[in-house]
Design a protein around this ligand. Structure first.
Ligand code: SR1
Ligand code: MG
Length: 416
């Protein structure tokens, strides 16, 4: 039966799990347990013993950020477990190992990622991550391609969609918080007042923007292209200089691939545009910002290279039947079609990326990239530049034909 676990409960609970107890080592009474969750939804405990540590995540029956007035199904823990185990098969080594799952308690026990930190915190501190592009593009290319119609049969794909179909309450959060609320008056919306009042009001009247966000919302609702993480911001990524782990896939479902790729790019663009608000030396700032924009470019180009490589070598799905593309002419035509596919995916990525930026500045849930900028006026300048860039990316997505056009626009935005 579900109950919210407190320290003493958790100690007894973990002591009864032989594999976990062995990993922690020593007497259960000696284990240190602290609740460290700083996300919007759940409890997260770090438990350490003489031999090692574990992380324990427990879903609350409500949205932690708001409180009990906003109930949320515990079943998200089931979908998180399902996604983590699926992603571990598709992209080995890039998600934490799951040690134990209890459906009734909505609880997942995972390996403790140490000395990893949440990537967003590292970015706010101006840290660069040399492995990030390679790891995140492997994660994206493999999880997206290998769960798509390009890689699996129609029957397998439909089973996959069905397995995640019940996660609709989490999808509804995204549908409201990302695709609807920032563009209308909603009590829970927040922004840096009074400087962003005019932009927020303009966005509520901007019909070009409303059409663009509605098209993206429709795609989010009706494009089950692949098993997506569903919340792949830099707070869902843990890093060291030599390792990257993607965590927290509780929003996972079969949706549009561009939503995940766009999330990564959006969060890097926000780190870039927030950078001038954080205290760092001019040299450190230049180096950090150059790395972030290189990373945006690498995230897309390496993703494309890896995705296409998988398509050329692992296309076991029912889409694009090989019998229709025989001979040299067929192979050439299929290769051209792959480029068309990637161009369409790029447009989706640009649009979703824009939507992710706007929601973090005008919606309910913000990010520390901007929130930790001490001077509110400075913060508002960084946010206004981001909003203007995001509006252009969403309304004129087609004018961004390459990732270089996106990074150029981000660079130009620094002069606004
Ligand atoms: C009410 S939940 C707000 C946000 O937190 C999660 O991390 C998702 O990004 C969600 O939109
Ligand atoms: Mg999360």
């Amino acid at each position: 039966e579900y109950r919210v676990l407190h320290e003493a409960d958790l100690r007894d609970y973990l002591a009864a799990l032989p594999e976990v107890a062995a990993r922690l080592g020593g007497a259960p009474a000696s284990w240190s347990i602290s609740e460290v969750g700083d996300g919007n939804l759940n409890l997260v405990f770090i438990v350490k013993g003489a031999a090692g540590g574990v992380a324990v995540k427990q879903a609350l029956p409500y949205v932690r950020l708001v409180g009990e007035s906003w109930p949320l199904p515990l079943s998200r823990s089931h979908y998180e477990y399902l996604a983590l185990t699926h992603q571990a098969r598709l992209a080995p080594g890039l998600v934490p190992d799951v040690l134990h799952h209890n459906e009734a308690l909505a609880l997942v026990v995972m390996e403790l990622l140490e000395p990893h930190i949440i990537m967003r915190k590292g970015l706010v501190a101006g840290t660069t991550y040399p492995r990030f592009v390679d790891d995140i593009t492997t994660f994206l290319a493999r999880t997206l391609f290998l769960s798509s119609d390009l890689a699996v049969t129609a029957a397998e794909k439909k089973e996959g969609i069905a397995a995640f179909a019940g996660n609709h309450a989490l999808c509804k959060i995204t549908e409201d918080l990302i695709f609807t609320d920032p563009y209308r008056i909603v009590e829970q919306n927040r922004w840096t007042q009074p400087w962003l009042d005019a932009i927020a009001a303009a966005f509520r009247e901007d019909l070009d923007l409303h059409v663009a966000i509605s098209r993206l919302k429709l795609k989010f609702l009706n494009a089950p292209e692949a098993l997506i993480h569903g919340d792949l911001h830099t707070g869902s990524i843990m890093v060291t200089e030599s390792q990257t782990k993607v965590i927290d896939p509780e929003f996972a479902f079969y949706g549009p691939m561009g939503f995940d790729i766009g999330a990564v790019i959006a969060n890097l663009l926000m780190a870039y545009l927030a950078s001038s608000g954080h205290k760092r030396s001019p040299g450190d700032r230049r180096a950090f910002e150059a790395w972030v924009l290189e990373t945006v470019e690498g995230a897309w180009t390496d993703f494309v290279r890896k995705f296409l490589e998988l398509w050329r070598t692992e296309a076991k799905g029912d889409a694009y039947p090989v019998t229709l593309f025989g001979g040299e002419a067929g192979a050439a035509r299929l290769e051209a079609e792959r480029q068309v596919y990637m161009a369409r995916l790029f447009q989706d990525t640009v649009g979703f990326s824009a939507a992710k930026i706007i929601r973090r500045i005008l919606g309910l849930a913000h990010n520390i990239d901007f929130e930790l900028i001490e001077d509110p006026k400075r913060r508002a300048i960084c946010e206004a530049r981001s909003l203007r860039l995001a509006r252009a990316m969403m309304v004129d997505a087609a004018s961004f034909r390459t990732i270089g056009a996106v990074t150029k626009a981000a660079r130009d935005a620094r002069d606004w």
